[in-house]
Design a protein around this ligand. Sequence first.
Ligand code: GLA
Ligand code: ZN
Length: 695
Amino acid sequence: MIRMPARLPAGSKVRYGGDYNPEQWPREVWEADYAAFDLASIDTVTLNVFSWATLQPDEDTYDFALLDAVVERAVAGGRDVVLATSTGALPPWLAHRHPEVERTDFQGRRHVYGQRHNACPSSPVYRRLSAELAGRIAERYAGTPGLVAWHVGNEYGGFDGGCWCELCAAGFRDWLRERYGTLDRLNDAWNGAFWSHTFTGWAQVVPPNMLSEHWRGPDHTAFQGITLDYRRFMSDAMLANFRDEKARIREHDTSTPVTTNFMGMFRPIDYHRWAADLDFASWDNYPPGQREHARMALAHDVMRGLKDGAPFWVMEQTPTITASRDVNPLKRPGMLRLWSWQAVAHGADAVLYFQMRQSKGACEKYHGAVLDHAGRTDTRSFREVAALGAELDTLGDAVLGARTPARVALLFDWDSWWAAEMTDGFNRHARYVDTVLAYYRALWQAGAQVDVVPVTADLDRYDVVLAPMLHVLSGDVAARLEAVVARGGSVLSSYWSGRADEDANAYLMDAPGPLGPLFGVRVEETDSAEPGVTNPVTLKDGDGGGPDGDVVSPASLVFEVVVPQGAEVVGTYGAEFYAGTPAVTRHRPDGRDGGEAWYVATALDDVGVAWVTRRVLDRHGLVGPYADVDDVELAVREGADGARTAFVLNHAAVVVDVVAHASGTDLLTGRRVVAGETLRLEPADVVVLREETPR
Ligand code: GLA
Ligand code: ZN
């Protein structure tokens, strides 16, 4: 089991503030900015995210005058500082003088200069100069009063997830030599016997992109093993950049926590491979739409899972609009508050913005900010920002450091994500995150507290483990899932699980591979259909009962034809030549009183997924008190002293009355709530209930 202890910045409340780039406007404006920050209870500013060109105007010159002034002003204003290393965007002189620092894209085109996230991670010049810059910044600013965290780089992989240049090719070959030792083992892992791909020299290996193994794009590769290894290598190459900088910071500052801002469920980088190197996790929350509460909750939980459940930070969110989408709608009144509290509810100990004031120019000049171009504080959005700041002040340290008492684990696995989505032969419309989210949404609606964890996590502490679309099955995962069931727990998995080993080669056995004995099934064939085509699956619990009786769930996309090998049938297809055969099964290896292994062989609709998930949770008493109230979320944090704080969040646009699940005090209003009373939730309402310990 891999343990991921966290070291979080010290503090006395949930931090509030964000990216602040005053280099772009005159000093007088800085004064107005800080006056406004006071009005909004802003306590933390992230400085210096993209200033490399100013800090180092040429290869031999460093100039910290402007950053000194920026930092001094923040300190004078009593703000805590997150100091970034400015290595997320190259200065023009660097690309001009050393063109090899520029990345080569997936099409194989070496870029000349422009944008950001533009460095080749394998470039020795980039590695030397970025580490040098981080070291000099650390040397100069270590010990600054109020310096609470270091922010290395920015959104690694943010461009299109990497570089495919000659330097990276060389790095990839080294990485492969390290992993495989011999070409025989490499050829075996990549199944080189297919299409005459037996490599007889390391130099023959080239990065998989549109000039080599790929067609149509990143998901279409002739060799999943090659692309999978390249993604792992690229994750590691960028991680090496982070490590370079962190090491230089640590030469001057041995204790201030170091992080970088992740992007939640971001496919190009396996954040689990990075987790051990971060002191704490942080991420940028930009939901793709207005009704994404379950998806955001999942992303928060993925981030919390990086460090064994320790709190994380929301490093960025927008107070109003993003700028990068084709259509950029405003957050509706109340949404900023609701979504910020949702983050805290899921373990965030900081809620920060991008950005404190709008850029003057370039592509983010219309991106939302705490302060607009006019610097107004009498706007709707500023009032909402300030009101939230006041609430966070009111909350104080009540949940700081508190964890989530989850009995349910959901496995999240980048290898499975990568392999499932780049594999020919199934259905390109069935996506990994959609599948995971379908199950997560059911857990979320049921009010189960969930840890989203890597496949290497300790599963002993969970009653229920869900492993949807666990396409790549490696190591001892099957055995550890079996252990959950052996001690009376429940495990659930879905179609396409256990298909491939860690090289993305198929197991030479029945699907779901080594998971077969656990689920008591074998998959004989796999059918697929275009989106919109459905097959009605009747779900019937032979045990009887269940709040909703039998249901018919229109299933779609993937239909595995399953032959039970000890499992009982719970759901049955209603159409096609496999009508009447199992679509959902339950295996009870130790009889009715033992553990259960559920296998869902198709993409049930939300009702079907909820039906199955609720049964699994029910058995362990893990259905929450608001499970039957649509769009009302319950998330709990528990302090080291056992104090429980329940966040009740109304994501509905209507007033909802619920029956309070516990007695306690709403920490935001001071109102006492008695268990059993009617709790009225206004649209987008938030109740932060410090529960009384029942005697
Ligand atoms: C990211 C970046 C920021 C900014 C915002 C805009 O999260 O880290 O620099 O570009 O997006 O949404
Ligand atoms: Zn490169």
